[in-house]
Design a protein around this ligand. Sequence first.
Ligand SMILES: Nc1ncnc2c1ncn2[C@@H]1O[C@H](COP(=O)(O)OP(=O)(O)OP(=O)(O)O)[C@@H](O)[C@H]1O
Ligand SMILES: O=P(O)(O)OC[C@H]1O[C@H](OP(=O)(O)OP(=O)(O)O)[C@H](O)[C@@H]1O
Ligand SMILES: [Mg+2]
Length: 293
Amino acid sequence: MSTVQGRLRIAVQKSGRLADRSLDLVRDAGLRVIKGNNDLLYRVENYPIDLLRVRDDDIPTFVADGVCDLGIVGENVLEEGKNGGTNAEVVMPLGFGRCTLKLAVPPTLDYAGPASLDGKRIATSYPRILRRYLDQQGVAADIVVMRGAVEVAPRLKLASAICDLVSTGATLEANGLDAKETVFESQAVLIRSPSGPEPALAHLLESIVERISGVVSSQGAKYVMLNAPRSALDQITAILPGAGSPTVMPLMGRDDAVAVHAVCQEAVFWETLEKLKAAGASAILVLPIEKMM
Ligand SMILES: Nc1ncnc2c1ncn2[C@@H]1O[C@H](COP(=O)(O)OP(=O)(O)OP(=O)(O)O)[C@@H](O)[C@H]1O
Ligand SMILES: O=P(O)(O)OC[C@H]1O[C@H](OP(=O)(O)OP(=O)(O)O)[C@H](O)[C@@H]1O
Ligand SMILES: [Mg+2]
């Protein structure tokens, strides 16, 4: 149960890779967040909710222990903490903070698969996830735990290989390392406390979760309008990504063509538009969708 009576608490990263997107997400869900004098706690002016701004490593524990009711954290951090006894429940993936925990080696290491790391030292900030992976692979390697700057370990001869988060790959490249194996795929997730909030706040919590879910599912969603030859209707519907059953309407004075309106749940790319045109679609309009509940 939340420690502050009468108020829900959401744990978010104070600063770092997830901080801005987490704040944007709760704002898009309709929470008016006020940055006050207290750097640790932001208040929400239109609901009895506070945002607790902390190091991301602390978020799973705060939520598991009920100090916070909800939290936004990377799956990598959650997974690394799991053996440590945290049992926060994952509500949904949030579609940002995507990164991959990868094994990477310098080109000087003769690498022919995970077995090449047998008896070697590997530097990482994720010793539990890495140990589990190595055990699965049957590799006996030593793990050197580093809190940051893991990528410099091979140059300093601290380790033969590293296991670190990668998104663009620029950090690996800048340090002359080659990614070899994917150990864990991650993105930000919404987590909730297994104990639930105090009863009076249960309804508010569910409605916040539902709003966040609405915001996440509308990300990348588009409203597509186009004209299509009747004969190509099936083909065009199949091209529209995640459209379900679109609305099909007659066009005045045209028996051979119809107007198609569809909500596409998945991103619409230029290639999609090119395919639609190639299938005979014309007058294509793509509109962003702000929010879908
Ligand atoms: N390069 C990246 N691209 C996308 N997401 C990333 C990247 N690196 C990390 N992340 C995700 O963002 C989370 C936070 O990363 P950040 O580097 O801000 O963490 P941190 O330095 O541990 O911050 P804190 O001070 O809160 O402990 C990571 O746990 C991961 O889920
Ligand atoms: O593949 P890239 O796009 O280069 O991203 C990878 C880098 O991002 C993360 O660090 P971050 O920049 O968040 O700094 P930190 O090491 O201080 O956490 C991660 O630890 C890598 O160093
Ligand atoms: Mg951290």
